[in-house]
Design a protein around this ligand. Sequence first.
Ligand code: KIV
Length: 282
Amino acid sequence: MTTMTPETEPEFAWPRDRRITAPDLQAATDRGERWAMLTSYDALTAGIFERAGVRALLVGDTAAQVVYGHDTTLPVTMDQLVPLVQGVVRGTKVALIVADLPLGAYQATPEEGFRNAVRHLKEGGAQAVKLEGGQAVLGAVRLLVAAGIPVMGHLGLTPQSIHALGGTRRVQGRGSAGERLLEDAVALEEAGCFAVVLEAIPAELGTRVSERLKIPTVGIGAGAGCDAQIMVWQDLAGLTTGRLPRFVKRYADLDEALTRAVADYVNEVADGVYPAPEHSYA
Ligand code: KIV
């Protein structure tokens, strides 16, 4: 691992004394630098991710699963997401915080999307929002962008539509669907999105979209040709178990480490080993 110090930092350093912005991400992409995003749902881990060099954090609607214990992203509400956004914002100083608009927060009318995006910025303190879909959400994207709200798109496997797509294990954009996805990506860029997430699509399509768009593509199961990558942090850290998508790489086994630490604590309490004198007040 290369640790960036003032001496080794590249000529175009990322800001240290202010939040990263959408134009900073565009500039990094323009100079060919690949950058990492991660999901985040609380202050403590958000600070860790920022210190580790993650440039943008997404308070994703995956909170429905990894925070609130649901099977899908569908049940989470704005009222449940906004306090998580507040925590992530309070725990960070420089990372760009993107807040997800959950199912039902923007699909009915662009105006509803606008009201909910404003909640994420005003109440949550986020600097950008993300929404899923192509042609159907262009009205919402245009309205938000016109109001000065940076919008991240999301194409391919869009988990808010899993009942229509046939499940979360379906790779999208194969065959002629790839052309439609490319058209949607171009339309999102033209509508003003500052970046677009590409989820679970063939790597060759991820590369094609990335070459076609000027804005950064953020891949999750979209191959190495994307400008940036994103993962759900609990997947990266090995906290999620069972059958995981092919794109997940476990960089640690926190499930095992935490289980061992807590079991040690339980045993020490049972054996009277904890608390020891050094943990007790005179
Ligand atoms: O909600 C989320 O966490 C996401 C990422 C997986 C891209 O949309």
